[in-house]
Design a protein around this ligand. Structure first.
Ligand code: SF4
Length: 232
């Protein structure tokens, strides 16, 4: 397993240093919110509910972004995924292909997930916004307000064991805060009434521009793996 992990880390661009002495296992940070995670009822959402939601997104004209999109980007992945990955908004590649996290940033995200033993096909991936903002600008508050009910429904349907927020926009919306991402990452937070465990990390597009931050992001991914390993 460690050889596979080392290979994926090398693929991501994180140097692997071998310890001369056995490593001491790092303690897992305590959750920020102390209350126990609420039990998640085992409800299997019907295909009809998903189809209806996808159709509502496809036809949505609730904000001005519908005028400039090529197509909506609903989300992709296992509908019973243990991990739900949440990004910001479609970029040019996503707008063209109709799928979140494609292109170079998507490839890096895939490699990061594989490094913790989760192929892309095992997680669910969606964005805060379903339509591309022109020139990849940040989502505006009114656009997020219009669009995030779709994401909330996706999270409710998937009932993931954990959420991974990639990037500032996603993290700040999920946590309803303007705290900088550097102070949100690196620990376990919670989202929503069900206190779903949430880990924040940097957006892969940022990691492509700032490769030194990859090692920091890797510690966030390890936190996610610890969380999932401990959650039945
Ligand atoms: S961004 Fe969301 S709210 Fe705006 S038009 Fe697209 S689907 Fe509708």
């Amino acid at each position: 397993m460690s050889e596979v992990r080392d290979r994926y880390l090398a693929e991501i661009g994180i140097p692997v240093f071998k310890l001369r002495a056995p490593a001491v296992e790092a303690p897992v940070p305590a959750p920020l919110v102390a209350e126990p995670v609420a039990a998640i009822t085992d409800v299997v959402a019907s295909n009809d509910v998903w189809s209806e939601l996808a159709e509502r997104v496809r036809a949505c004209t609730s904000c001005a972004l519908h005028k400039t999109r090529t197509q909506t980007v609903f989300g992709v992945g296992r509908r019973d995924a243990r991990l739900f990955v949440i990004g910001e908004a479609p970029g040019a590649d996503e707008d063209r292909q109709g799928e979140p996290f494609v292109g170079r940033a998507g490839q890096l995200l895939n490699a990061m997930l594989r490094a913790i033993g989760l192929p892309r096909s095992e997680v669910y991936i969606a964005n805060i916004l379903k339509c591309r903002p022109p020139n990849n600008r940040d989502p505006q508050p009114e656009e997020s307000s219009c669009c995030t009910p779709f994401l909330s429904q996706q999270i409710a349907l998937v009932q993931p064991r954990a959420l991974l927020a990639v990037g500032r926009i996603s993290a700040q919306w999920l946590l309803q805060t303007d705290t900088p991402i550097g102070r949100l990452r690196g620990r376990v937070l919670t989202y929503g009434e069900r206190n779903i465990p949430l880990v924040v990390t940097y957006h892969p597009a940022y990691l492509l521009r700032s490769p030194l931050a990859k090692a920091t992001a890797w510690t966030d991914l390890c936190l996610v793996k610890d969380l999932l390993d401990k959650t039945p």
